[in-house]
Design a protein around this ligand. Structure first.
Ligand code: SAH
Length: 445
């Protein structure tokens, strides 16, 4: 285990923030904006709202997916492009921002999978949506602590990030700001070298990453991808769309499509039993790509997010300044998110890889040894504020009422990682294949 002091920023007493999986939003797909409008008056009228109003006047209602894409990643005015407020002073907090222990345990997960794969000579660590870069930074420190183990392995970092603002923050944290923009030699839009000497490249799309044995990590990434929403009505299924409210100037509202829509034909399952369904096609495409890459080049993918296994209905919600925010008010100023449907991700792997999970965050972290890690940190810290903070962050991650139950871990692994390809050796392989850490107890040799 790697010993590191607790994250300094979190030692400040008293926390006001709220993880964004808290407090459900009422389902109001066809009755105007969902949830209570939080920001009346100044601040409601945003450049993005004006752009959307013009567009809606010209073309009519748009799908929720199109609205969400604009609100989050519009190149000039999207939430992640302009604001991307992750952390205490932002709009929502994530596990890596709460405690370094989280990133350390994830780093150990990848090292343990690298060992189980027979210590390949090189691996690419790919993070999708790295936020402030904290998780990668914590993993890089683990790799440094395990330098003797990894010394013969050629490690490189590959970050998939669409937000120029967040990529700047990541570059500053990971490289001290020493980066080259628009390098000529490949499809990365930025390159640098980590403080620990590991090359880092930034991309807009996973397809731009060179092939090769790779580990993929997506923490609170899939929930930020655009969803379609479908509602069962007396006339059959309809798609939820976003339109201008004719009764309130410059306000948006949800409406139902008058008839079936193309998205419904493609994404709605005939055997669906729920009355309201959210589908995230982009998540499906990304999982397909990850599964193909792992099938061809080897590696593993670890997905951690809040979500469900194909059971939930209306989970679309917004967060601003650690409070719930009406998703249709002041687009571009709030984070929009929807629970990840892990059953859909599993289906979209299309059998190209094996899948594990989803399992609850508290089980995964317990299996990874978070209790031992906490005890070591507590023994090594000598002031009460640090003790209090360590216990508080442990509680945030592990308490079933906080992040322990609603966050899930899910993995894609090559089939041969779980079962020996030669069936004759089935008995033998069972004992020789090490269990996958996190999903079983960590055994690091
Ligand atoms: N993983 C981080 C941040 C989560 S927020 C953490 O846990 O703290 C979501 C991240 O995904 C942000 O970095 C955002 O800019 C990025 N993002 C959102 N949509 C994206 C897309 N379509 N492609 C790539 N990155 C995206």
């Amino acid at each position: 285990m790697v010993l590191l002091p607790a994250r300094r920023a979190l030692l400040a007493a008293g926390r006001r923030w709220l993880p964004r999986h808290y407090a459900p939003v009422a389902a109001r797909p066809s009755s105007g904006a969902g949830g209570e409008p939080e920001s009346e008056g100044p601040g409601r009228d945003t450049a993005l709202l004006r752009h959307l109003l013009l567009k809606l006047r010209a073309t009519g209602p748009v799908t929720v997916a199109e609205y969400m894409r604009e609100a989050l990643t519009n190149p000039g005015q999207g939430y992640y492009t302009r604001r991307g407020g992750i952390g205490e002073s932002g709009d929502f907090i994530t596990s890596p921002e709460i405690t370094q222990v989280f990133g350390e345990l994830i780093g150990i997960w990848f090292v343990s999978e690298w060992i189980a794969a027979g210590k390949p000579k090189a691996f690419q660590l790919v993070e999708l949506g790295p936020g402030r870069g904290t998780l990668t930074d914590d993993m890089l420190r683990v790799f440094k602590q395990l330098a003797s183990l990894l010394s013969k392995c050629d490690v490189s970092i590959h970050l998939v990030e669409v937000s120029p603002k967040l990529s700047e923050i990541q570059a500053l944290l990971l490289t001290g700001g020493k980066v080259q923009s628009n390098p000529e030699d490949n499809s990365a839009y930025m390159k640098g070298v980590s403080k620990t000497g590991i090359p880092i490249s930034w991309y807009r799309d996973i397809q731009d990453i060179p092939p090769g044995y790779s580990f993929y990590l997506a923490h609170e990434f899939f929930d930020a991808l655009p969803i379609h929403k479908f509602q069962r009505t007396e006339k059959g299924w309809r798609e939820v769309l976003v339109d201008i409210d004719p009764e309130v100037p410059d306000q948006l509202r949800f409406v139902l499509s008058p008839s079936r829509t193309p998205a419904m034909e493609i994404f709605l399952q005939p055997e669906e039993t729920r009355d309201h369904v959210e589908v995230c096609p982009e998540a499906g495409v990304i999982i397909q790509r990850l599964a193909s890459r792992i099938e061809e080049d080897g590696g593993a993918a670890l997905v951690a997010d809040y979500g469900h296994d194909g059971t939930k209905t209306d989970t679309f919600r917004g967060f601003r300044d650690h409070k719930l925010h009406d998703v249709l008010t002041a687009p571009g100023t709030a984070d929009l998110t929807a629970d990840v449907d892990f059953s859909y991700l599993r289906k979209m792997a299309q059998g190209r890889t094996a899948t594990l999970g989803p399992i609850k965050q508290r089980e995964f972290l317990k299996n990874m040894g978070i209790d031992v890690r906490l005890q070591v940190l507590l023994q090594n810290s000598h002031d009460t504020a640090t003790h209090k903070q360590l216990l508080h962050s442990y509680d945030m991650l592990m308490n079933p009422e906080k992040m322990g139950d609603c966050f899930n871990f899910f993995a894609l692994l090559p089939h041969q990682r779980l079962a020996h390809p030669d069936k004759k050796h089935k008995q033998e392989s069972k004992s020789s294949l090490p269990p996958v850490a996190g999903f079983s107890e960590l055994l690091m040799k």
